[in-house]
Write a protein that binds this ligand. Structure first.
Ligand code: PEP
Length: 256
């Protein structure tokens, strides 16, 4: 079965004002992407605003574009100041959550075990998960990319059942490419995505490896999305900085 191309926009801690948010929504609502989505031409578009904007954005965005939370905790309620729960996201009909982003792993010290716990909890609340993995520059330069990605995935393999993988989109995001303007070459992306699929074929099942979407993230822009997007194992993008700009529409249309 063909894998539906997936383009995610990770707004991170942006935009800063309601006026900027409105401009962004207008851009997306007016963008020429109807034909692709409505004709079911194998495209899914999801944007992840800060949690404060999740519901307002969901209400005013065109219905073909879904929203995602940027994080959630692994408990459903209780004394966890500052956290948002999978149950709350489910109740608000938010379909996706990003988990394991490198900024969460690095700045907020989330271990792979924590990311796996969160993934399990999110799936238990019927959320779909955009699961981010990826190596640092030092790890790539010392040939540890496959090992690092496999270890990050193994933590999730240990927590969830093989059927649960249908609720996951894997975002391969080399840490050295995020927000740096230094994009992976299409060969680096393709080779790593193929390695991730090979790992899943062994650790979970060949069927999961074949059907799961593996998207690339890290300095994707309108200039490089075309070449990346045609790689056989690249099933879309997770876009940070460029998702706040008009060129996000060009990236959405990368496979047109
Ligand atoms: C991201 O934060 O997920 C990301 C890929 O950022 P950028 O596109 O800015 O590198």
């Amino acid at each position: 079965m063909a894998r539906k191309f997936f383009v995610g926009g990770n707004f991170k801690m942006n935009p800063n004002t309601v006026a900027e948010k409105k401009k962004l929504v207008e851009l997306l609502n007016q963008a020429d992407i109807d034909s692709l989505i409505e004709a079911d031409l194998d495209l899914e578009v999801v944007v992840a605003p800060p949690s404060l904007y999740l519901l307002p954005l969901k209400d005013i965005l065109r219905p073909e574009i879904q929203v995602a939370a940027q994080n959630c905790y692994f408990k459903d309620s209780g004394a966890f100041t500052g956290e948002i729960s999978p149950a709350q996201l489910k109740d608000a009909a938010i379909p996706y959550v990003i988990l394991g982003h490198s900024e969460r792993r690095t700045l907020f010290h989330e271990s792979s075990a924590t990311v796996a716990q969160k993934t399990k909890a999110a799936i238990a609340s019927s959320l779909s998960v955009i699961l981010c993995i990826g190596e640092t520059l030092q790890e790539r330069e010392t040939d540890q990319t496959t090992q690092v990605c496999s270890a990050q995935l193994q933590a999730v393999v240990d927590e969830i059942s093989p059927d649960d993988w249908s609720k996951i989109v894997i975002a391969y995001e080399p840490v050295w490419a995020i927000g740096t303007g230094k994009v992976a070459t299409s060969k680096q992306a393709q080779d790593t995505h193929a390695d991730i699929r090979a790992f899943l074929a062994k650790a979970v099942s060949p069927a999961v490896a074949e059907s799961i979407r593996i998207i690339y993230g890290g300095s994707v822009n309108k200039g490089n999305c075309g070449e990346l997007g045609v790689q056989p194992d690249v099933d879309g993008f997770l876009v940070g900085g460029a998702s706040l700009k008009p060129e996000f529409v060009d990236i959405i249309n990368a496979t047109r």
